[in-house]
Design a protein around this ligand. Structure first.
Ligand SMILES: [Fe+2]
Ligand SMILES: [Fe+2]
Length: 297
């Protein structure tokens, strides 16, 4: 079999794998809808979460964990919403529901755990960037959280040995090229297919599908733009911002087309602004690490 027909076969298998993925609990879509509507009340969200007994108990447990450091015990979802706010509770519920969906696939432990860590860092960084842009859309946290979900599919589909051949020891920003070379399609396309099958809103499909090429996004360009930068801030934690590798991660943001697109969306970037955003995001990363270990427990 020649190389291109082999790749085509792998790509078809991967897409089939996407179709076999367990559906996300319906509660996730309901929450995305309710929290996207500015007219929605806390009551409405509380009723949706309370209807899911397991999820609701997990969220109350999280709300009472040292992570939030609350002085009084939280005893209900209603109460959690009052003391923590709609956004925190929504993020916790979504993170827990996504985590649960993937827990039955824990076989590739290390790689998957590292990817969750990276995903939470990206989610936290996306929120920092969204705040800087004066953008109140909290869907950007979710965009960051799920941006590399296509990689989950690839990790679950292949043995550790094959993954080593595709990615080497660790994943990098140019992984999409390696994926195309080995698998015939990349994690952005796979991720977009998966969340489309979960009926996620188009803005999130754009965030996932174009997080390495926001300039090509046909709609909701702000989403992939925020996630592209958040992804980089998360990677900078690993490689450091001062060295050569860090500098090469920052460079694409300083030239067109990216520099123009960020400026157009209210976030003109210089090396200094990127450094400041990185420092701000860094402060939230310890919180993200705590959240990952709480969710895995
Ligand atoms: Fe990615
Ligand atoms: Fe990433």
């Amino acid at each position: 079999m020649n190389d291109s027909s082999n790749k085509k076969k792998i790509a078809i298998q991967l897409i089939a794998q996407v179709n076999e993925f367990p559906p996300l609990p319906a509660v996730v879509n309901k929450i995305l809808q309710v929290t996207a509507d500015p007219e929605s009340s806390l009551d409405k969200l509380a009723r949706i979460v309370e209807a899911e007994v397991g999820l609701s108990a997990a969220v109350i447990k999280l709300a009472n964990s040292p992570f939030f450091g609350l002085s009084r015990e939280v005893s209900s979802i209603q109460h959690a919403l009052v003391v923590l706010g709609m956004e925190e509770v929504r993020n916790m519920v979504l993170a827990k529901a996504m985590f649960n969906t993937f827990t039955s696939y824990r076989k590739k432990g290390d790689r998957i755990n590292a990817l969750w860590g990276h995903s939470f860092h990206t989610a936290m960084a996306a929120q920092v960037i969204a705040d800087k842009m004066g953008c109140e859309d909290s869907g950007l946290f979710v965009g960051g959280l799920i941006h590399d979900i296509g990689k989950m599919v690839i990790f679950l589909a292949f043995s550790g040995e094959s993954l080593l051949k595709v990615y080497g020891d660790t994943e990098k920003l140019d992984d999409s090229k390696k994926e195309i070379a080995f698998l015939g399609l990349n994690h952005e396309d796979l991720g977009r297919l998966l969340i489309k099958s979960w009926l996620f809103p188009e803005a999130l499909q754009m965030a996932v599908g174009y997080h390495h090429s926001p300039e090509s996004a046909p709609n909701f360009q702000r989403y992939p733009l925020v996630v592209r930068l958040a992804d980089t801030l998360a990677l900078l934690t690993v490689v450091g911002i001062e060295g050569e590798e860090g500098a090469s991660l920052c460079l694409p943001f300083l030239d067109p087309p990216l520099s123009e697109l960020y400026a157009k969306n209210g976030l003109p970037l210089t090396l200094n602004t990127i450094k400041n955003l990185f420092n701000e995001a860094q402060k939230t990363f310890a919180k993200a690490d705590d959240l990952v270990s709480l969710l895995s427990g």
